[in-house]
Design a protein around this ligand. Structure first.
Ligand SMILES: [Zn+2]
Length: 207
C-alpha cells in the first residue's frame, strides 16, 4: 500500500478570504499580505510535519501532483510502511496544526482582538484545513493520498470517525478564537486531539 498525505494550496486562499474582512481598512493591503503569509506558513508547517515523520520512519518522501475535483493538490508520497508508522506519517500534519493552535491560544489568549494578521492567517489555515479534510473524510472522497484515509486504514477505523476527530477540535478552536474559553471547550478540544493521537496504539496493533 502506497499512501501519502495531501493538502490544498486553495486553503491558503480560502483562509485569507475568511479573515480579511476583519482587517482595518487603512492597512488592508499590508494586512492581507501578512495574512496570506500566515496561511502559507500553516501549509508549510503541515507539510514539513509529514516530511519529518517520513524521515523519522526511515522512508524517503516524494512529491506527486493530485487533484480533488477542480482543485490541484500536491501530495507528499512515501513507500509502504507498517500501520503504526503509516498512522504517524498521515497524522503528522494534523498534529502540527493542533500543536500550533494550542501554542497560539497559550501565547495570545485574546488573539481575536489583536492586530496579528500573520497569526490569524495561520490559525484560519489550520481550522479550514481541518474542516475541509473532515468533509472529505465524511464523504470518503478525494485523492487516495488524503491524510484521513491513511489514518483510517492504518488504524482500522471508519474514515468518518477520523473526520469527526478532526472536525470537533476545529469547531472548538473556532469557539476559543471568538472568546469562548470555558474549561469544557478548552479541555474538550485538547481531549479530542489527544484521543485522536492515541489511535496510534490501535494502528501499531494492526501490524
Ligand atoms: Zn497532510
Amino acid at each position: 500500500m502506497s499512501t501519502a498525505r495531501t493538502i490544498s494550496v486553495a486553503m491558503v486562499v480560502l483562509a485569507s478570504c475568511t479573515v480579511l474582512p476583519s482587517t482595518t481598512s487603512g492597512q488592508t493591503l499590508e494586512a492581507a499580505a501578512k495574512l496570506i503569509g500566515g496561511a502559507a506558513a500553516g501549509l508549510g508547517l503541515h507539510e514539513s510535519a509529514h516530511v519529518v515523520a517520513d524521515v523519522a520512519s526511515g522512508v524517503a518522501p516524494g512529491l506527486k501532483k493530485v487533484t480533488f475535483g477542480p482543485i490541484p493538490f500536491f501530495a507528499i508520497t512515501h513507500d509502504a510502511v507498517t500501520p503504526g508508522r503509516e498512522f504517524v506519517i498521515s497524522s503528522a500534519g494534523f498534529w502540527m496544526q493542533h500543536a500550533v493552535n494550542e501554542y497560539l491560544f497559550a501565547t495570545h489568549p485574546t488573539l481575536h482582538d489583536e492586530r496579528a494578521p500573520v497569526l490569524k492567517g495561520l490559525l484560519a489555515f489550520n481550522i479550514l484545513t481541518s474542516v475541509a479534510y473532515s468533509g472529505a473524510a465524511f464523504a470518503r472522497t478525494g485523492p487516495n493520498e488524503r491524510d484521513t484515509r491513511g489514518m483510517a486504514l492504518s488504524a482500522g477505523v471508519d474514515e468518518p470517525v477520523i473526520g469527526a476527530l478532526i472536525l470537533v477540535p476545529a469547531i472548538l478552536d473556532t469557539a476559543r478564537y471568538f472568546g469562548r474559553d470555558s474549561r469544557w471547550i478548552v479541555w474538550g478540544s485538547r481531549a479530542v486531539k489527544i484521543g485522536g493521537a492515541l489511535l496510534v496504539v490501535k494502528a501499531i496493533r494492526q501490524g
